[in-house]
Design a protein around this ligand. Structure first.
Ligand code: HEC
Ligand code: HEC
Length: 341
């Protein structure tokens, strides 16, 4: 352990210095590095696959996750392949091509699907789930289920479940779960956190850093967080809880869930700042969630089953909303139908 600390300290200090951190923050981070990490999980390796038909299909899926913009992005040469509406890659959020704990991994998902989707009020397949990110996170169009690209996505996601038993729930799925704040998240405070800890990579205007100004099929070195080339307002990352947890456990990029860098407070506030910035709009969001009692408390768009306003749903505090929803659930065992449908 001690040798690990020695090894890491200079990197920490360099990072801290690059971000203009105070000494106390640096010390807290260095101390947190002495906490033991969970054992590694057995991520199957794409590069170990044979070059046969199945191996190549899985490789194609890995490439699509890693460089989505280059294959199905809005700037690719073949207009028929322009499924994604922005130049992000799945791996920008599903970190390390879907293999990072609490970096919204795509690992161990295969047997979870078909799964019930509260948003659609129906069972969905893994292909439907991929398309949900295509239409929201990627601000694009759904891929046909029998397209070569969808087959490759599915093959890669299936491969990432190699050795996982049916019913086995891996730890590290999703983006982590901090306790809610007992106040509303504060975008004004978040703006200061952004300037201190994020702007260096994502840019002062949140537009990210493209690898090339001339050629968008090369994607981003650091992806945009808002603006026209970002995820739309119906995406999971546009919800405070997903954004705050993802940021707390993964950002600045390179942060691991067991050594968070931002305090929980800073993560909630900076997430509030990011999600309150302009981004593409998805039509028809009011029709999501046929049963309003199953709508997540932080859905930033109505209608809602309770009487809290849009702002409180977007930024919290969530405690009072959760208590109101629990009362409504007890009174309406069959749910509350969405009037917009
Ligand atoms: C802007 C960020 C972002 C991008 C880009 C993105 N996703 Fe997602 N994705 C999310 C979030 C947030 C969730 C919800 C995680 C949760 O439920 O905790 C999610 C969930 C998923 C899930 C279900 C995961 C689970 O744990 O059940 C799959 C599968 C998925 N995405 C595939 C993709 C694919 C394939 C792409 C690229 C075509 C993609 N996503 C691009 C943010 C993103
Ligand atoms: C050292 C550079 C760096 C810093 C600092 C940094 N990020 Fe990131 N961020 C990245 C990179 C690179 C990715 C994409 C990761 C990948 O593709 O592997 C990313 C991904 C993201 C994403 C998901 C992708 C998207 O486009 O929405 C969010 C949200 C995000 N960062 C928010 C933040 C916030 C908020 C901060 C400040 C607390 C921050 N980041 C600090 C480099 C950075």
């Amino acid at each position: 352990m001690r040798s690990m600390r020695k090894m890491w300290r200079p990197a920490v200090i360099t990072l801290a210095a690059a971000l203009g951190l105070s000494c106390t923050a640096d010390l807290a981070l260095a101390q947190s590095l002495s906490r033991p990490a969970d054992p590694a999980w057995n991520v199957p390796q794409v590069s170990a696959l044979p070059y046969d038909e199945q191996g190549n299909l899985i490789r194609r899926g890995f490439d699509l996750v890693s460089a989505t913009y280059a294959h199905i992005g809005p700037a690719v040469a073949d207009p028929a392949k322009r499924y994604a509406g922005n130049n992000l890659a799945c791996t920008n959020c599903h970190l390390h091509a879907g293999t990072k704990k609490f970096g919204i991994p795509l690992w161990g998902l295969w047997d979870e699907f078909p799964a019930y989707s509260a948003r659609l009020g129906a069972e969905i397949t893994i292909e439907d789930r991929v398309n949900s990110c295509m239409e929201r996170s990627m601000n694009g169009k759904p891929l046909p289920v029998d397209s070569p690209e969808m087959k490759a996505f599915a093959a890669y996601i299936r491969f990432l479940s190699t050795g996982v038993k049916r019913g086995e729930k891996l730890s590290g799925l999703g983006a982590g779960k901090m306790p809610f704040l007992n106040r509303a998240a504060n975008p004004d405070r978040g703006k200061l956190v952004y300037a201190r800890a994020c702007a260096v990579c994502h840019g002062p205007e949140g537009r990210g850093v493209p690898r090339s100004r001339a050629e968008m099929t090369l994607g981003y070195l650091n992806p945009p967080l808002w603006g026209p080339d970002s995820f739309n307002d119906g995406a999971g990352m546009a919800r405070l809880t997903d954004a705050a947890n993802f940021i707390h456990f993964n950002m600045p990029n390179g942060t691991s869930y067991n050594h968070p860098y931002l305090s929980q407070r800073d993560a909630w506030d900076v997430a509030a700042f990011v999600i309150s910035q302009p981004r593409p709009k998805k039509a028809g969001l009011d029709k999501d969630f046929p049963d309003l009692l199953r709508k997540p408390v932080d859905a930033p768009y109505g209608p809602y089953a309770d009487d809290f306003d849009q702002k409180q749903h977007q930024f919290g505090p969530y405690g009072p909303i959760e208590r109101a929803l629990a009362r409504l659930k007890a009174r309406n065992p069959d749910g509350v139908p969405n009037p917009a449908r």
